[in-house]
Write a protein that binds this ligand. Structure first.
Ligand code: GDP
Ligand code: MG
Length: 369
């Protein structure tokens, strides 16, 4: 298991990801993104191009995610993970609040929502959507830095009375770079002076071509205040997700991401988004240099649940130390292995943790790159 992401490799050799990807393309690699994972041999080749040498560590002491599966068609469907992005004051929080309320109203427990960094909405059809509700926060930056992105779909919120603004453009850049499909929510559609056509025109200037404007990106007028268009937005997300056909294994070792960590009255907790596998009480997990024997799983309504499957956000307690937001979570077979992995990670440098240590062949030449 000797792999490194393009993003991480770029980081190690001290080159900006965009420049790094370009150099890889000049070397003859095709369709590279910063999220791609390179095997040891390829990483060594590319590192050499930057005058770095890759030294391989068998990495047996660590835990690793299983390689991506090419053909997922036999695996169970999972909910899409959606991030809402857009300019400040364009209505992101209002939309999330509307969605959260509708999800609580629909749940039989009707509990008080706990803030766990993500929540799940079940559509009348029975399909679920997972919304991440803190897109600006450090976990996302940390995950992005590691070249990982938990988001399947970006909902780009643009206010009907304000159109495209700097953070709208930032969000477009992020989605395009990460190759995440976009649905446009033209918000505040209830307001006087709303001009959805202007929004659509401005978006196409920035490379987002909506239906009727020469493209196939869906744009839906919504109001998080009145609820207008919100069901259509949810349906558009479900339809896109069905088309993208998100699937994940449920019977393998658990893999996921820590999206938030904090201390509550019942102890240290972490909100986790499961990527693969099924997490249950008693399971042993490692996230960064923290490990846990899972005691309780809770959903965003604070209700104890018996298991968490891919795409589901869940709050876990049982941590021996506080895990870091944005760290990858992996299942360990035994407590001893979890402890050994934590010790190993505490001793090793960042790149060694990935089984590859990239060192400068000639530090001086680094200046020239
Ligand atoms: P955020 O910064 O993108 O999270 O934006 P907020 O959701 O906090 O909204 C910013 C302001 O716009 C608040 O005063 C909201 O009440 C208002 N607002 C948000 N959505 C709507 C909407 O659909 N219609 C109207 N009329 N006002 C809205
Ligand atoms: Mg907000």
């Amino acid at each position: 298991p000797e792999f490194i992401s393009v993003n991480n490799l770029a980081d190690v050799v001290g080159v900006r990801p965009a420049q790094f990807v370009q150099r890889m393309e000049e070397m003859g690699f095709e369709e590279i993104t910063y999220r791609d994972i390179l095997d040891a041999e390829t990483a060594g080749l590319v590192a050499a191009e930057f005058n770095y040498e890759a030294i391989f560590d068998s990495g047996k002491a660590d835990l690793y995610a299983a390689p991506e599966i090419e053909d997922t068609s036999d695996l169970p469907s999972r909910p899409p993970v959606v991030t809402i992005m857009g300019h400040v004051d364009h209505g992101k929080t209002t939309i999330l609040d509307w969605l959260r309320k509708s999800s609580v109203a629909a749940s039989e427990h009707g509990g008080i929502t706990q803030h766990i960094g993500a929540f799940s909405v079940t559509m009348p059809s029975g399909k679920a959507i997972t919304f991440l509700d803190t897109p600006g926060h450090s976990a996302f930056l940390e995950m992005r830095r590691r070249g990982a992105d938990v988001t399947d779909i970006v909902v780009l919120v643009v206010a009907a009375d304000d159109s495209v603004k700097p953070q709208t453009i930032e969000a477009i850049k992020h989605a395009t770079q990460a190759k995440v499909p976009v649905i446009v929510a033209i918000s505040k559609i209830d307001k006087e002076g709303n001009n959805p056509d202007r929004v659509k025109g401005d978006l196409s200037i920035h490379g987002i071509h909506v239906e009727d404007y020469g493209g196939d990106v869906q744009a839906i007028g919504v109001s998080g205040k009145t609820g207008q268009g919100m069901v259509e937005l949810e349906e558009a997300i479900v339809a896109l997700s069905e088309m993208l056909d998100h699937r994940a294994a449920t019977t393998c070792n658990v893999e996921g991401w820590v999206i938030e960590a904090s201390t509550k009255s019942y102890g240290r907790v972490a909100s986790v988004l499961i990527r693969r596998g099924t997490l249950r009480p008693g399971d042993i997990i490692v996230a960064g240099t923290a490990w846990a024997r899972v005691r309780t799983l809770r959903n965003e309504a604070g209700v104890t649940i018996s298991e968490a499957t891919p795409g589901m956000p869940v709050e876990i307690d049982g941590w021996r130390e506080q895990p870091g937001a944005g760290t990858e979570l992996l299942q360990a077979p035994t407590e001893q292995k979890a402890k050994d992995v934590v010790d190993y990670r505490l001793e090793k440098s960042d790149t060694q943790k990935m089984g590859i240590d990239i060192v400068a062949i000639n530090e001086a030449r680094r200046e020239l790159l």
